[in-house]
Structures are given as structure tokens and as C-alpha cells.
Design a protein around this ligand. Structure first.
Ligand SMILES: Cc1ncc(COP(=O)(O)O)c(C=O)c1O
Length: 288
């Protein structure tokens, strides 16, 4: 099934969904976005996604003139038009600087554009969770926070796209990026966790990474399950010496990483801490 798209409130099938080439989102990558998914037909952790969207907007001095409720209504309309037939939804909401002259001056673009893409949520197949995936540590370095700050969930995704390309070239499901200090930061489309001595550890926000909504939620899942989840500076050796590793993202929840480069992590199979956190996450998501 293909996507259904709302462009500034006009809902069409994907082949008719177009934006102007003079949209600064297209010209300069000036835009921000959120990827959400539904459980039982409702966008999960919507308020947190909206909080991050507004923070991203603030960091690029972009006005988001719609209320959270107005955007939720647009999402509902797009989902209704998509006719998901009981499938859960993948929702991508983008806000760009809007259409204007060829200049970086924001005054040229007084009206932001809003795009909502809805399609069925396709989960990774069960065997991916049963076996785990192979990640590779890539040479592409995560943006320095004083350049395009990774805190901004920006449409300007070249840094992540280059990392993902390198990972795919090297046969990896995901690329793990180091930051400018050589510490591990995150994956090209997900956050990174390792498990050591029963605790789940993830690089601090200061390492320069996207504050993932799933990552944040996992601290609460861990507290409920009696598993310590905390931030810690991580380096290559921590990952290779870990008992378990996993990645988190909205569309993949908590997914085990069992091999990095050509080295097995722990036993090379998904471990008990990852499994407990994944189960706890799913329990809370489906009962939200
Ligand atoms: C670079 C990056 N890090 C982390 C994440 C995970 O964030 P979330 O859990 O909010 O989906 C994503 C998701 O797309 C991402 O692109």
C-alpha cells in the first residue's frame, strides 16, 4: 500500500503530492520533522513528539503557527483518507521554511509549509528481533553540535544519509557514528545502547545526538522493570566489550545489535536485558 499525503492541508495519493521547488525545505534543507507511529490507531507519545518538533523549530528560528491539536486533526484527516484497514500507521510530519525567493533571509518565506505522510507501519520481521542485526562503525563523523546540531531533527539529513550509505556498502543494517571527540554518539537512524553488568547505557546528549523519544521512554521502561538505564560516555571498546547492544527508534522499538563490524557482541544473540526492555516497551505502548 502506498502513502497518502497532506500538503498544506490538501490530501492526495503520493503520486500527486508535490511541493514547490522554491520551498526552502527543498532548496536549503530548511525544515524539521517528526516520525511517529500509532498503537491501536493512536499516535504514540504525541505530546513528546510535538515538544521535540517545537524545540527543533526554535533551534532553526522557524515559526510553527499551528497548535498541537490542529496538527493532530490534520494527522487524523490524513489517516482517514489513507484507509489503513486496521493497519497501524507510520506518520511523518514535516514543517519547512516555506516558499520564497532564492535567499537565506527568513523574511522571504513568511508562510511555513506543512506536510504529513501516512502509510501503513511495517514492522521489521520477527527474525530480525530473534537474531539481531549487524551494525558497522562508520568513518562519517556525527555533526559537531556547533554545526548542524544533532539535537535538531532536521530535514537536512545528509550527515545521516552518508553514514547509512557507508553502512550499507559495508553490509551493515545500521551505521554507528562517533562524534568529533571520537566517542560513540548514535546510529544513522536510531539511538544506541549497550548493556554491561545488567545496566543499559547510552551516550549522553552532550555526545551530540538526537534526543530520541524511544530512548527517553526507555528510561521509564527500565525503572519499571528494575533495570538501570543511564547515560554514560561510550567508546569503541565499551561496545566491543558489551554483554549486549541494541538500537532504539520509533518504528523499530528496541532492536538487538548482535554483531558490530565483524565482531560478536556478547554471545552474539539477543540478550536478556534487551529482551526485557523490549517486552516492557511493547507492553506500555500497546496499553497507552
Ligand atoms: C539520527 C537519529 N537518531 C535517533 C532516532 C530515534 O529517535 P526516535 O526514538 O524519536 O524515533 C532517529 C529516528 O529517526 C534518528 O534519525
Amino acid at each position: 500500500m502506498s502513502s497518502t499525503v497532506s500538503v498544506n492541508g490538501r490530501i492526495t495519493p503520493e503520486r500527486e503530492a508535490v511541493v514547490s521547488v522554491f520551498d526552502h525545505g527543498f532548496l536549503y534543507g530548511e525544515g524539521i520533522y517528526e516520525t511517529m507511529r500509532t498503537y491501536n490507531g493512536r499516535p504514540f507519545l504525541y505530546d513528546r513528539h510535538m515538544r521535540r518538533l517545537r524545540n527543533s523549530a526554535r533551534m532553526i528560528a522557524l515559526d510553527v503557527p499551528w497548535t498541537d491539536e490542529a496538527m493532530a486533526a490534520q494527522i487524523r484527516d490524513t489517516m482517514a483518507a489513507a484507509g489503513l484497514k486496521g493497519a497501524e500507521a507510520y506518520i511523518r510530519l514535516l514543517v519547512t521554511r516555506g516558499v520564497g525567493d532564492l535567499t537565506y533571509d527568513p523574511h522571504a518565506t513568511p508562510v511555513p509549509s506543512i506536510v504529513i505522510i501516512v502509510k501503513p507501519q511495517i514492522d521489521p520481521p520477527p527474525e530480525v528481533y530473534q537474531l539481531g542485526v549487524r551494525a558497522v562503525i562508520v568513518d562519517v563523523v556525527r555533526n559537531h553540535p556547533a554545526t548542524v546540531n544533532p539535537m535538531i531533527k532536521s530535514n537536512n539529513l545528509l550527515n545521516c544519509a552518508l553514514a547509512a550509505q557507508e553502512a550499507l556498502r559495508r553490509g551493515g543494517y545500521e551505521g554507528i557514528l562517533r562524534n568529533y571527540r571520537g566517542e560513540l554518539s548514535e546510529c544513522s537512524t536510531a539511538n544506541l545502547f549497550i548493556v554491561k553488568a545488567g545496566a543499559a547505557l547510552t551516550p549522553p546528549l552532550d555526545a551530540g545526538l538526537l534526543p530520541g523519544i524511544t530512548r527517553e521512554f526507555l528510561f521509564e521502561v527500565g525503572a519499571e522493570a528494575g533495570i538501570a538505564v543511564r547515560e554514560q560516555v561510550l567508546r569503541d571498546g565499551d561496545l566491543f566489550g558489551a554483554d549486549e547492544a541494541f538500537l532504539t527508534s520509533t518504528t523499530r522499538e528496541a532492536l538487538p545489535i548482535t554483531t558490530v563490524d565483524d565482531r560478536r557482541i556478547g554471545t552474539g544473540t539477543p540478550g536478556p536485558v534487551t529482551t526485557t526492555l523490549l517486552e516492557g516497551f511493547r507492553r506500555r505502548a500497546w496499553s497507552a
